[in-house]
Write a protein that binds this ligand. Structure first.
Ligand SMILES: NC(=O)c1ccc[n+]([C@@H]2O[C@H](COP(=O)([O-])OP(=O)(O)OC[C@H]3O[C@@H](n4cnc5c(N)ncnc54)[C@H](OP(=O)(O)O)[C@@H]3O)[C@@H](O)[C@H]2O)c1
Length: 294
Protein backbone atom coordinates (compact mmCIF):
# COMPACT_ATOMS: atom_id res chain seq x y z
CA UNK A 1 0.00 0.00 0.00
CA UNK A 2 1.21 3.50 -0.69
CA UNK A 3 2.26 5.90 2.03
CA UNK A 4 -1.26 7.35 1.86
CA UNK A 5 -2.35 4.70 4.37
CA UNK A 6 0.04 6.11 6.97
CA UNK A 7 -1.11 9.72 7.13
CA UNK A 8 -4.33 11.57 7.81
CA UNK A 9 -5.07 15.11 6.62
CA UNK A 10 -5.91 16.41 3.17
CA UNK A 11 -6.00 13.46 0.81
CA UNK A 12 -3.65 13.02 -2.14
CA UNK A 13 -5.61 13.22 -5.39
CA UNK A 14 -5.73 10.27 -7.79
CA UNK A 15 -6.60 11.80 -11.18
CA UNK A 16 -7.62 9.56 -14.05
CA UNK A 17 -6.33 11.82 -16.84
CA UNK A 18 -2.67 10.69 -16.76
CA UNK A 19 -3.77 7.05 -16.58
CA UNK A 20 -6.02 7.51 -19.61
CA UNK A 21 -3.23 9.31 -21.50
CA UNK A 22 -0.87 6.40 -20.93
CA UNK A 23 -3.43 3.78 -21.99
CA UNK A 24 -4.48 5.77 -25.07
CA UNK A 25 -0.80 6.23 -25.99
CA UNK A 26 -0.38 2.44 -25.90
CA UNK A 27 -3.53 1.98 -28.00
CA UNK A 28 -2.33 4.54 -30.57
CA UNK A 29 1.02 2.72 -30.88
CA UNK A 30 -0.79 -0.59 -31.42
CA UNK A 31 -3.01 0.96 -34.08
CA UNK A 32 0.07 2.25 -35.92
CA UNK A 33 1.57 -1.26 -35.83
CA UNK A 34 -1.69 -2.85 -37.03
CA UNK A 35 -2.01 -0.37 -39.89
CA UNK A 36 1.62 -1.02 -40.85
CA UNK A 37 0.69 -4.72 -41.04
CA UNK A 38 -2.19 -3.90 -43.40
CA UNK A 39 -5.04 -3.98 -40.85
CA UNK A 40 -7.44 -1.04 -40.57
CA UNK A 41 -8.85 -1.10 -37.02
CA UNK A 42 -12.58 -0.51 -37.04
CA UNK A 43 -14.89 0.37 -34.16
CA UNK A 44 -18.56 0.59 -35.18
CA UNK A 45 -21.05 2.62 -33.17
CA UNK A 46 -24.83 2.30 -32.88
CA UNK A 47 -27.08 5.03 -31.53
CA UNK A 48 -30.84 4.71 -31.13
CA UNK A 49 -33.06 7.74 -30.65
CA UNK A 50 -32.60 11.47 -30.16
CA UNK A 51 -31.22 11.77 -26.65
CA UNK A 52 -28.78 14.71 -26.71
CA UNK A 53 -26.50 13.32 -24.01
CA UNK A 54 -26.16 9.94 -25.78
CA UNK A 55 -25.52 11.64 -29.12
CA UNK A 56 -22.85 13.75 -27.41
CA UNK A 57 -21.13 10.70 -25.88
CA UNK A 58 -21.08 8.95 -29.26
CA UNK A 59 -19.55 12.04 -30.93
CA UNK A 60 -16.80 12.18 -28.30
CA UNK A 61 -16.01 8.48 -28.79
CA UNK A 62 -16.02 8.82 -32.59
CA UNK A 63 -13.66 11.79 -32.41
CA UNK A 64 -11.36 9.86 -30.10
CA UNK A 65 -11.56 6.81 -32.38
CA UNK A 66 -10.54 8.91 -35.38
CA UNK A 67 -7.62 10.47 -33.44
CA UNK A 68 -6.41 6.99 -32.53
CA UNK A 69 -6.60 5.80 -36.14
CA UNK A 70 -9.76 3.70 -36.02
CA UNK A 71 -12.38 3.90 -38.74
CA UNK A 72 -15.79 4.21 -37.17
CA UNK A 73 -18.84 3.17 -39.19
CA UNK A 74 -21.94 4.53 -37.53
CA UNK A 75 -25.63 3.63 -37.62
CA UNK A 76 -28.24 5.88 -36.10
CA UNK A 77 -31.70 4.40 -35.68
CA UNK A 78 -34.78 6.52 -34.99
CA UNK A 79 -36.38 6.42 -31.54
CA UNK A 80 -39.24 4.50 -33.20
CA UNK A 81 -36.89 1.59 -34.11
CA UNK A 82 -37.97 -1.86 -32.95
CA UNK A 83 -35.92 -4.42 -31.06
CA UNK A 84 -35.69 -6.39 -34.33
CA UNK A 85 -34.32 -3.30 -36.15
CA UNK A 86 -31.63 -2.96 -33.49
CA UNK A 87 -30.75 -6.66 -33.65
CA UNK A 88 -30.48 -6.47 -37.44
CA UNK A 89 -27.92 -3.66 -37.23
CA UNK A 90 -25.89 -5.59 -34.68
CA UNK A 91 -26.06 -8.79 -36.76
CA UNK A 92 -24.84 -6.90 -39.83
CA UNK A 93 -21.83 -5.65 -37.87
CA UNK A 94 -21.25 -9.16 -36.47
CA UNK A 95 -21.10 -10.51 -40.03
CA UNK A 96 -18.82 -7.74 -41.34
CA UNK A 97 -15.23 -9.01 -41.11
CA UNK A 98 -13.97 -5.45 -41.57
CA UNK A 99 -15.62 -4.40 -38.29
CA UNK A 100 -13.64 -5.50 -35.23
CA UNK A 101 -15.52 -3.86 -32.36
CA UNK A 102 -19.10 -2.67 -31.87
CA UNK A 103 -20.35 -0.15 -29.35
CA UNK A 104 -24.10 0.10 -28.71
CA UNK A 105 -24.68 3.38 -26.87
CA UNK A 106 -26.46 2.86 -23.59
CA UNK A 107 -29.18 3.66 -22.51
CA UNK A 108 -31.46 2.81 -25.43
CA UNK A 109 -34.98 4.33 -25.61
CA UNK A 110 -37.64 3.03 -23.25
CA UNK A 111 -39.32 0.39 -25.40
CA UNK A 112 -36.03 -1.38 -26.21
CA UNK A 113 -34.11 -3.92 -24.16
CA UNK A 114 -30.36 -3.19 -24.08
CA UNK A 115 -29.58 -6.49 -22.37
CA UNK A 116 -31.25 -8.52 -25.10
CA UNK A 117 -29.49 -6.51 -27.80
CA UNK A 118 -26.16 -7.12 -26.08
CA UNK A 119 -26.77 -10.87 -26.24
CA UNK A 120 -27.05 -10.64 -30.04
CA UNK A 121 -23.61 -9.03 -30.26
CA UNK A 122 -20.60 -11.24 -31.07
CA UNK A 123 -18.82 -11.41 -27.67
CA UNK A 124 -15.46 -10.94 -29.41
CA UNK A 125 -16.69 -7.59 -30.79
CA UNK A 126 -18.09 -6.42 -27.44
CA UNK A 127 -15.91 -3.43 -26.50
CA UNK A 128 -17.92 -2.70 -23.33
CA UNK A 129 -17.06 -6.16 -21.97
CA UNK A 130 -20.65 -6.54 -20.78
CA UNK A 131 -21.79 -9.53 -22.87
CA UNK A 132 -22.65 -12.47 -20.57
CA UNK A 133 -19.86 -14.50 -22.21
CA UNK A 134 -17.35 -11.79 -21.31
CA UNK A 135 -18.61 -11.55 -17.72
CA UNK A 136 -18.19 -15.34 -17.62
CA UNK A 137 -14.64 -15.01 -18.94
CA UNK A 138 -13.97 -12.45 -16.20
CA UNK A 139 -15.36 -14.78 -13.55
CA UNK A 140 -13.12 -17.59 -14.80
CA UNK A 141 -10.05 -15.39 -15.32
CA UNK A 142 -10.04 -16.08 -19.07
CA UNK A 143 -8.78 -13.47 -21.55
CA UNK A 144 -11.39 -11.14 -23.05
CA UNK A 145 -12.70 -7.61 -22.83
CA UNK A 146 -13.21 -6.46 -19.23
CA UNK A 147 -16.00 -3.99 -18.36
CA UNK A 148 -14.51 -0.54 -18.84
CA UNK A 149 -15.13 1.15 -15.49
CA UNK A 150 -13.76 -1.71 -13.35
CA UNK A 151 -10.75 -2.09 -15.69
CA UNK A 152 -10.17 1.66 -15.42
CA UNK A 153 -10.24 1.53 -11.63
CA UNK A 154 -7.65 -1.27 -11.57
CA UNK A 155 -5.43 0.76 -13.90
CA UNK A 156 -5.95 3.95 -11.89
CA UNK A 157 -4.93 2.32 -8.62
CA UNK A 158 -1.90 0.65 -10.19
CA UNK A 159 -0.79 3.86 -11.91
CA UNK A 160 -0.86 5.79 -8.63
CA UNK A 161 1.01 3.09 -6.74
CA UNK A 162 -1.95 1.92 -4.67
CA UNK A 163 -1.49 -1.81 -4.24
CA UNK A 164 -4.63 -3.72 -3.32
CA UNK A 165 -2.92 -7.11 -3.05
CA UNK A 166 -3.67 -8.68 0.32
CA UNK A 167 -5.63 -5.57 1.37
CA UNK A 168 -9.26 -5.14 2.35
CA UNK A 169 -11.26 -3.55 -0.45
CA UNK A 170 -14.92 -2.73 0.15
CA UNK A 171 -17.15 -2.07 -2.85
CA UNK A 172 -20.44 -0.27 -2.16
CA UNK A 173 -22.82 -1.54 -4.87
CA UNK A 174 -23.23 -4.81 -6.77
CA UNK A 175 -24.51 -3.43 -10.09
CA UNK A 176 -23.68 -5.22 -13.33
CA UNK A 177 -21.70 -2.29 -14.75
CA UNK A 178 -19.43 -1.57 -11.84
CA UNK A 179 -19.62 -3.19 -8.41
CA UNK A 180 -20.09 -6.82 -9.41
CA UNK A 181 -17.44 -7.01 -12.17
CA UNK A 182 -15.03 -4.88 -10.09
CA UNK A 183 -15.29 -7.34 -7.22
CA UNK A 184 -14.50 -10.24 -9.57
CA UNK A 185 -11.60 -8.31 -11.11
CA UNK A 186 -9.92 -7.22 -7.89
CA UNK A 187 -10.14 -10.74 -6.45
CA UNK A 188 -8.25 -12.24 -9.41
CA UNK A 189 -4.87 -13.85 -8.80
CA UNK A 190 -2.62 -11.19 -10.34
CA UNK A 191 -0.12 -8.68 -8.96
CA UNK A 192 -2.34 -5.61 -9.48
CA UNK A 193 -5.37 -7.34 -7.95
CA UNK A 194 -5.26 -10.17 -5.34
CA UNK A 195 -7.42 -8.17 -2.92
CA UNK A 196 -9.69 -9.32 -0.08
CA UNK A 197 -12.93 -7.97 -1.52
CA UNK A 198 -16.19 -7.36 0.33
CA UNK A 199 -19.29 -6.21 -1.56
CA UNK A 200 -22.02 -4.33 0.31
CA UNK A 201 -25.45 -3.22 -0.95
CA UNK A 202 -28.99 -2.49 0.22
CA UNK A 203 -29.16 -5.98 1.70
CA UNK A 204 -26.45 -5.00 4.19
CA UNK A 205 -28.18 -2.43 6.37
CA UNK A 206 -25.04 -1.84 8.41
CA UNK A 207 -22.77 -1.32 5.39
CA UNK A 208 -20.90 1.58 7.11
CA UNK A 209 -19.42 -0.97 9.53
CA UNK A 210 -17.78 -2.71 6.55
CA UNK A 211 -16.87 0.56 4.82
CA UNK A 212 -14.99 1.79 7.90
CA UNK A 213 -12.81 -1.33 7.77
CA UNK A 214 -11.77 -0.75 4.16
CA UNK A 215 -8.22 0.12 3.22
CA UNK A 216 -9.63 0.86 -0.23
CA UNK A 217 -13.28 1.95 -0.44
CA UNK A 218 -14.98 2.06 -3.84
CA UNK A 219 -18.31 3.84 -4.17
CA UNK A 220 -20.41 2.20 -6.89
CA UNK A 221 -23.98 2.93 -5.78
CA UNK A 222 -25.16 5.89 -7.87
CA UNK A 223 -26.53 7.60 -4.74
CA UNK A 224 -25.23 11.17 -4.47
CA UNK A 225 -23.29 11.86 -1.28
CA UNK A 226 -23.85 8.37 0.18
CA UNK A 227 -20.20 8.05 1.25
CA UNK A 228 -19.41 10.51 4.02
CA UNK A 229 -16.30 11.07 6.16
CA UNK A 230 -17.67 8.91 8.99
CA UNK A 231 -17.69 5.94 6.58
CA UNK A 232 -14.00 6.28 5.74
CA UNK A 233 -11.19 4.69 7.69
CA UNK A 234 -8.58 7.40 8.37
CA UNK A 235 -5.88 7.26 5.69
CA UNK A 236 -7.86 4.92 3.41
CA UNK A 237 -7.98 5.21 -0.36
CA UNK A 238 -11.41 6.30 -1.64
CA UNK A 239 -12.46 5.74 -5.25
CA UNK A 240 -15.61 7.45 -6.50
CA UNK A 241 -17.17 5.38 -9.27
CA UNK A 242 -20.88 5.99 -8.77
CA UNK A 243 -22.39 9.16 -10.14
CA UNK A 244 -25.80 10.49 -10.98
CA UNK A 245 -26.62 13.35 -13.33
CA UNK A 246 -29.13 16.11 -12.59
CA UNK A 247 -29.31 17.59 -16.08
CA UNK A 248 -25.65 18.26 -16.86
CA UNK A 249 -24.67 18.46 -13.20
CA UNK A 250 -22.64 15.53 -11.95
CA UNK A 251 -23.56 14.30 -8.47
CA UNK A 252 -20.95 11.87 -7.12
CA UNK A 253 -21.46 9.16 -4.51
CA UNK A 254 -18.49 10.42 -2.53
CA UNK A 255 -19.03 13.59 -0.52
CA UNK A 256 -16.03 15.88 -1.13
CA UNK A 257 -15.52 16.24 2.65
CA UNK A 258 -14.20 12.63 2.64
CA UNK A 259 -10.89 14.16 1.50
CA UNK A 260 -10.36 15.31 5.09
CA UNK A 261 -10.22 11.71 6.32
CA UNK A 262 -8.95 9.73 3.33
CA UNK A 263 -5.27 9.29 2.55
CA UNK A 264 -5.94 9.40 -1.17
CA UNK A 265 -9.09 10.05 -3.18
CA UNK A 266 -10.21 10.36 -6.78
CA UNK A 267 -11.14 13.93 -7.75
CA UNK A 268 -14.81 14.86 -8.09
CA UNK A 269 -14.35 15.33 -11.84
CA UNK A 270 -11.59 13.65 -13.88
CA UNK A 271 -11.20 10.53 -11.76
CA UNK A 272 -12.79 7.29 -12.94
CA UNK A 273 -14.49 8.85 -16.02
CA UNK A 274 -11.39 9.31 -18.23
CA UNK A 275 -10.08 5.84 -17.42
CA UNK A 276 -13.44 4.32 -18.42
CA UNK A 277 -13.20 5.84 -21.90
CA UNK A 278 -9.56 4.78 -22.27
CA UNK A 279 -10.47 1.18 -21.44
CA UNK A 280 -13.11 1.19 -24.16
CA UNK A 281 -10.33 1.76 -26.68
CA UNK A 282 -8.08 -0.79 -25.02
CA UNK A 283 -10.92 -3.28 -25.48
CA UNK A 284 -11.36 -2.10 -29.08
CA UNK A 285 -7.72 -2.71 -29.98
CA UNK A 286 -7.97 -6.08 -28.19
CA UNK A 287 -10.91 -6.92 -30.45
CA UNK A 288 -8.77 -6.14 -33.51
CA UNK A 289 -5.97 -8.34 -32.21
CA UNK A 290 -8.40 -11.22 -31.62
CA UNK A 291 -9.83 -10.83 -35.12
CA UNK A 292 -6.43 -10.90 -36.85
CA UNK A 293 -5.10 -13.62 -34.56
CA UNK A 294 -2.49 -11.40 -32.90
N1 LIG B 1 -17.63 7.00 -13.63
C1 LIG B 1 -17.94 6.29 -14.72
O1 LIG B 1 -17.33 6.38 -15.78
C2 LIG B 1 -19.07 5.33 -14.64
C3 LIG B 1 -19.27 4.37 -15.63
C4 LIG B 1 -20.29 3.44 -15.49
C5 LIG B 1 -21.13 3.50 -14.37
N2 LIG B 1 -20.92 4.49 -13.45
C6 LIG B 1 -21.79 4.62 -12.27
O2 LIG B 1 -21.63 3.52 -11.44
C7 LIG B 1 -22.78 3.41 -10.61
C8 LIG B 1 -23.16 1.97 -10.48
O3 LIG B 1 -23.69 1.50 -11.70
P1 LIG B 1 -24.15 -0.01 -11.84
O4 LIG B 1 -24.90 -0.08 -13.12
O5 LIG B 1 -23.02 -0.94 -11.60
O6 LIG B 1 -25.08 -0.19 -10.56
P2 LIG B 1 -26.67 -0.16 -10.38
O7 LIG B 1 -27.27 -1.25 -11.17
O8 LIG B 1 -27.15 1.22 -10.53
O9 LIG B 1 -26.74 -0.61 -8.84
C9 LIG B 1 -26.40 0.22 -7.78
C10 LIG B 1 -25.91 -0.63 -6.64
O10 LIG B 1 -25.78 0.21 -5.48
C11 LIG B 1 -26.47 -0.37 -4.38
N3 LIG B 1 -27.10 0.68 -3.58
C12 LIG B 1 -27.94 1.66 -4.02
N4 LIG B 1 -28.35 2.42 -2.98
C13 LIG B 1 -27.77 1.90 -1.88
C14 LIG B 1 -27.84 2.22 -0.51
N5 LIG B 1 -28.58 3.26 -0.06
N6 LIG B 1 -27.13 1.48 0.37
C15 LIG B 1 -26.39 0.43 -0.07
N7 LIG B 1 -26.29 0.07 -1.37
C16 LIG B 1 -26.96 0.79 -2.26
C17 LIG B 1 -27.55 -1.26 -5.00
O11 LIG B 1 -27.88 -2.27 -4.09
P3 LIG B 1 -28.96 -3.45 -4.45
O12 LIG B 1 -28.24 -4.36 -5.40
O13 LIG B 1 -29.21 -4.09 -3.15
O14 LIG B 1 -30.13 -2.75 -5.09
C18 LIG B 1 -26.86 -1.76 -6.25
O15 LIG B 1 -26.11 -2.92 -5.98
C19 LIG B 1 -23.82 4.33 -11.24
O16 LIG B 1 -23.89 5.51 -10.49
C20 LIG B 1 -23.25 4.66 -12.59
O17 LIG B 1 -23.63 5.94 -13.02
C21 LIG B 1 -19.91 5.37 -13.54
Amino acid sequence: MSSSMDSVGVARLLPGGPVADRVLGEVAAEVVALRAAGVTPSLATVLVGDDDASAGYIRIKQRQAAELGFVSPHVRLPASASQVDLHRVIEDFNADRGVHGVLVQHPVPGGLDYGRALQVLDPDKDVDGMHPVNLGRLALGLPGPVPCTPAGIEALLAFHGVSVAGREVVVLGRGATLGRPLAMLLAQKRSTTNAAVTVVHTGVADWPRFARRAEVLVAAAGVPGIVRPEHVRPGAVVVGGGVRYAGRRLLPDVDPSCARVAGAITPRVGGVGPTTVAMLFRNAVGAVRRAVGG
